[in-house]
Design a protein around this ligand. Structure first.
Ligand SMILES: Nc1ncnc2c1ncn2[C@@H]1O[C@H](COP(=O)(O)OP(=O)(O)OP(=O)(O)O)[C@@H](O)[C@H]1O
Ligand SMILES: [Mg+2]
Length: 300
């Protein structure tokens, strides 16, 4: 397999008894990118991640990380992977510091400066027993353990669960920095704004199947923008001209709203000619794209 692929999943199916959890799943993750893995509950995200970690075996298909078969090279690969499970069990009787020390020992982390940096960045509570920590504070310990050996591949199952907004932002920065340093991040999520903010690519899953893998910037470029004009006079007679490609036009007494494919110069020029008191243009939002994608799929 080419070096230009960090993670390769090819025709993977996984059956648990009668449940076909994954059905011919294929996608690739490019090196030095952040790749989101999105889908509703039960879509097969955690199952795919467990397969990549070689915790379970596929019924069919091939999984490769850094060009190596995940099963044949399980031990070698684990040293290069940082992993955070969706429902990770920490050692409740250890303090954060003791747990991190233990994990560093297991994964052969020599340089502790990265760990200290993470502890400070995430403001982690290290001196209390893990069993006594809140959900978010436990999650931070798990994240530190996943990131501390500066892994080539970071695999995270819903990493921001329980983190408050400030910590989420810090985590996003840590993930982006990781990719900037040439490492690869693969993370499952339910949170669209998160994917929009940190991911370069996203694979959409539904009912064990891949719907598609797309570049987030392309996806957003395709999304419409909603323009809302507030004007002094009664606007019911106002309408954007056809040339703007507007849709979903609606009025209230003093506002005119419509969607445009892009908030380009044409749109701006037209707005400037109106008796405008206020304008908002909502930037493209992955939510609407995501919903469309899933609704379309329902009709198939
Ligand atoms: N060990 C198991 N035995 C039987 N069925 C399983 C097992 N693990 C997962 N499944 C089934 O496989 C399907 C996919 O589950 P999975 O946990 O991968 O979904 P997910 O996308 O991670 O969902 P969520 O967003 O809720 O975390 C579900 O129907 C689930 O019930
Ligand atoms: Mg899951």
């Amino acid at each position: 397999m080419a070096d230009s692929i960090a993670i390769n999943v090819e025709g993977v199916s996984k059956r648990f008894g009668k449940t076909l959890a994954l059905d011919q799943v294929s996608f690739q993750v490019k090196p030095a990118t952040v790749h989101g893995f999105l889908g509703p509950n039960g879509a097969g995200k955690t199952t795919t991640i467990k397969l990549l970690m070689d915790f379970i075996r596929p019924s069919k298909g091939k999984l490769e990380i850094l060009g190596k078969d995940t099963r044949a090279n399980s031990v070698v690969l684990k040293r290069r992977i940082g992993y955070l499970s969706g429902d990770f069990e920490l050692y409740n009787n250890l303090t954060g510091s003791q747990y991190i020390k233990y994990m560093s020992h297991l994964s052969g982390v020599k340089n502790q400066s990265r760990t200290l940096e993470l502890v400070e960045d995430l403001n982690a509570v290290m001196d209390r027993k893990i069993g006594l920590l809140s959900r978010g504070n436990k999650q931070k310990i798990g994240l530190i353990a996943a990131l501390m050996n500066d892994p080539d591949i970071l695999i995270l199952d819903e990493p921001t669960t329980g983190l408050d907004p400030l910590m989420q932002q810090k985590f996003y920065k840590a993930v982006r920095d990781h990719a900037k340093r040439g490492k690869t991040v693969f993370m499952s999520s339910h949170i669209l704004s998160e994917v929009q903010e940190v991911c370069d690519h996203v694979t959409f899953m539904k009912k064990g199947k891949v719907l598609e893998t797309v570049e987030v910037s392309n996806l957003l470029a395709k999304a419409t923008r909603r323009v809302v004009l507030t004007v002094d006079k009664n606007v019911t007679m106002m309408a954007p001209p056809k040339v703007l490609g507007a849709s979903n036009v609606s009025h209230t007494k003093h506002t005119l709203s419509f969607d445009v494919p892009q908030a380009d110069r044409k749109v701006m020029r037209w707005i400037a000619m109106q008796p405008v008191k206020d304008v908002t243009i909502n930037e493209a939002d992955l939510d609407s794209v995501f919903m469309n994608l899933y609704e379309d799929e329902e009709e198939v």
